[in-house]
Design a protein around this ligand. Sequence first.
Ligand code: ATP
Ligand code: MG
Length: 399
Amino acid sequence: MNHPSMRAEIIAVGTEITSGAKLDTNSQWLSLQLSDLGIPAHFHTTVADDLQANVEVLRIACERCDVVLITGGLGPTRDDLTREALAELAGVPLKLHQPSLNHLEGFFRSRGREMPPRNHTQAMFPAGSEPLANPIGTAPGIWMALPRPGRLPCQVAAMPGVPSEMKKMFFEQVRSRLQGGGMVIRRARINCYGLGESQAEEMLGELTARGHDPEIGITAHEATITLRIIAGGTTEQECLRKISESSAEIQQKLGDYVFGSEDEELEDIVVRELNARNLTFASVECATCGLLAERISHVAGAAACYRNGIVLPVLTDPLPEAADKVQHQSGADFVLVIGAEVIAADPSGHMLSTIPLGLFPKQGQPLTIQLKWSGNPAITKSRAAKSALDLLRRHLANR
Ligand code: ATP
Ligand code: MG
């Protein structure tokens, strides 16, 4: 699916990043863009504003990767060294590019200022490179093919560090230069709840194996499991066909653990299904301090089915009585109850959290479970709120 043998490295330049003063978000953004083009990033490197360090990381990157994207270090100041590092690595001098100088002078003139002499360096480019225009800033970018003995040249794009300038330059000038194979990439996400990552992997078998076409990856966020399908092909139609075939396979293997796709959350499904049947629900929360209500508050259409959300610091009543009270107050068809959390050490000394959850339908059998969790305590509450929603989601799916 990926470009055969094409791999990329992203280099973020700046002492503000290596020192920890600033987080490198540009690399993350560039990686996502590259993966849309079917070019996997194998390395993220950050490097200080230091010439020798820049030459070193560039040398390594051009050796091990076919595409190198650089962000930062193109400014006018003495510590902006990307263009010098490129020239040194390629063994070529820096040469003046008159149109870039004209643009720089015009940029300052349009702001009623004289161009400071130092900005002159921004019009200097390694011989043999191609300037990339920066219509919204001063620093032009650089496109360069660095020759490699016995191999195709390494394609290098140097872009500004300012995120808005970098993004514009990438979209307008770098992306088209990287699109060699004319490959189309389409993605899809399938969301699951109630199983762990490794369990999902086991159930999916060779679907998640390396080299599977389309590629299917698993990620987890606060107990929601997301399967990411990345399909490549020569046409969009081919990609969509691959996605729909593997979606069907996933659905067949994971059954009702699958609850939705793309950005859908459990609460979206619950609200949609209740509204489709003109049913209503209410909630009583203790351990989660209102997290369930908070999730519901983001869903369009929730007002039509969500009758009442009560948050209690302590739950003195047993779950059925708590549900009964709210049911009488609200008239809701379902009441979800999240009880109080009990934390105790298990026999092996791990802290084990237990939270009782209940689904109480106006008609029919109640369902209660004890949610046990010895994992990261930071997600205990979120998991309890989601698990309560999942009880109702499954109940509605099986009616
Ligand atoms: P340019 O080539 O655009 O001049 P530069 O490295 O010379 O880049 P700096 O002055 O170092 O520019 O940074 C400009 C702005 O861009 C700063 O606010 C900086 O924090 C931000 N920036 C630089 N690199 C990154 C990065 N990798 N991720 C996020 N922000 C960044
Ligand atoms: Mg910098």
